[in-house]
Design a protein around this ligand. Structure first.
Ligand SMILES: O=C(O)CCC(=O)C(=O)O
Ligand SMILES: [Fe+2]
Length: 188
């Protein structure tokens, strides 16, 4: 089963990136718990060629994801991320072996803001449909997202109240998609 072995590799990539992040934050003790709190969702998206007056509009408007990480594979350019300097950067990763890994709202909350949530959008150009495959890693519905105490101190006060994903998703569906959602929902 091709899809199965493909996603298995993406799940391994997801795990590898999370291990690297937690190790770099000195959170080795949390790795097992953290990786076990995780479930996956995947999606294929086909962006049709847009012609005419809407040509330069975003095919998918600017947002952040309500996940830990999102791994994206694209067959042609289109994905752009917002850099800290306010510039939108096109991600040029279409070779068969390259994947884009975006950190998202839930990972930002769990790391008490050590990671930020990547603001991104899709702007398609060219004459052929854009296809992207996304693997979303999200916490188990009953897992309480709470920053490890090691990441909370005077210099880094707790940024978010503990929360669970389903309640946050309900909240997000009603409003902000620009990364302010998690701050508005449970920011301190
Ligand atoms: O199609 C893409 O490259 C990105 C899709 C995306 O950002 C999303 O589904 O949240
Ligand atoms: Fe996204």
């Amino acid at each position: 089963n091709v899809a199965k072995s493909y996603f298995k590799q993406l799940m391994e990539l997801n795990e590898m990136v999370k291990r690297m992040v937690l190790e770099s934050l000195g959170l080795n003790n949390y790795i097992d718990e953290f990786l076990n709190s995780n479930v996956f969702m995947s999606r294929f998206t086909n962006y049709k060629v847009i012609k005419g007056e809407n040509e330069n509009e975003a095919a998918l408007p600017s947002h952040t994801d309500s996940t830990y990480l999102t791994i994206i594979k694209q067959n042609q350019n289109g994905l752009q991320v917002l850099y800290k300097n306010g510039e939108w950067i096109e991600l040029n990763h279409t070779s068969p072996n390259s994947y884009i890994v975006l950190s998202a709202d839930v990972f930002m909350a769990w790391t008490n803001g050590r990671l930020t949530s990547a603001q991104h959008k899709v702007v398609t150009k060219g004459d052929k449909d854009r296809i992207s495959i996304q693997l979303f890693s999200i916490p188990n519905p009953d897992y309480t997202l709470k920053a490890p105490k090691e990441l909370v101190d005077e210099e880094h006060p707790l940024m978010f109240k503990p929360f669970m994903l389903p309640e946050f998703l309900k909240y997000i569906m009603l409003g902000a998609k620009d990364g302010s959602g998690v701050k508005n929902y449970c920011g301190l």
